[in-house]
Design a protein around this ligand. Sequence first.
Ligand SMILES: [Ca+2]
Ligand SMILES: [Ca+2]
Length: 389
Amino acid sequence: MFRLSLILSLSIGLVATSFSFAADTVMKDAAESTSNPDLSSENAVSQHPAPNDAHFDKQYYFADMHVLEAWAITKGTSECLVGVVDHGFDLEHPDLHANLLPGYVAEGMEHPVDYLNLLHGTAVAGLIAAQADNSIGIAGLAPKCKVVPAALGTHRWIRERTPESSRKWNELIGKEDGKAIRYLVDRGCKVINLSVGLGTVPMSDLEYALQADVVLVAASGNSNREDEWYEWAGVLDVLLVGGLDRKGQRWLAKPVEFRGRTVQQGSSYGKGLNVMAPMLDLVTCAPDIEEANVHLNKDTWTQMNFGMAMPGYLWEQGRGGTSWAAPMATALVALIRSLRPDLNHKQVIKIVEQGATDLGDEGWDKYTGWGQLNFHKSLELAKSWSTRG
Ligand SMILES: [Ca+2]
Ligand SMILES: [Ca+2]
């Protein structure tokens, strides 16, 4: 048995603590949620039947982002490697293991079979590359691409959390993030998902990836802050992804009390924001909940209710965070780079932006960037994009 584990910065690591949406939310079906009035897209949906994965009926975001039409163009290629920097990964997950390659494990990692360390990365990797049409679980958005996992450490810090340990942790995790990014670049990854806080990653490590023409995709953050990662994502060509609620609006939730302080909740926004993606009510891969109960540290994680999980899957009913939005953009980037490996990272980001469905004020705005991902439109754009553009 070989499993990896790690933890992330608080604001993103606790993506699963919000309760902004009623648990009795009615799942949209594919026809209802095809909000784009483009008739050719609706026709395309009927021409591209859904995969047979058991929980596909809960994957409402396929319709919202026109994914099945996009799959008629490509589901990705195994040459397009996707790096994921995250807590840890269940490498044996039955819906995921075939699409996971050997990866990076941070030095000094502890709690190697801790459920919570495994949860976050497994969920992110599942959204990107769970096996599609294998009858079980969910379909990943780029199911023919391979994920190289980079697992960073331990959640011991959360149990021992003090201002001093937080500061030390942030320094440590930033350095480990940077090492993991360099590893994934050197492994040949074409896109790297960072559903982690950017705030402590050394700029030189991000620049290393960009110089190697890798697309960096990051979550905008869950603390409803303006320009939360501006020093990084606003300056460098990082694809920063915010999260939408089930009405297709920027996610906002009531503040919560956590360890004696008030934590604001909402998709962070600002000048560096590129695009938006769904992030609530998702089903994705997770370590088996039965096994989880053996490892769960109830002192630390009593706020997290795993009762809604299914064996081997996490169903985030009424909850979510931008950690789940970023991997959607990562998957789209993987499909674009599978189709057009000749385009550079700046061109790929432009294709993601120009394909997006505008939200809020006309054109780019600081709350929703260029709008919601549209897989079909971006892949149509990619098909004919000039290498000079
Ligand atoms: Ca599946
Ligand atoms: Ca707009």
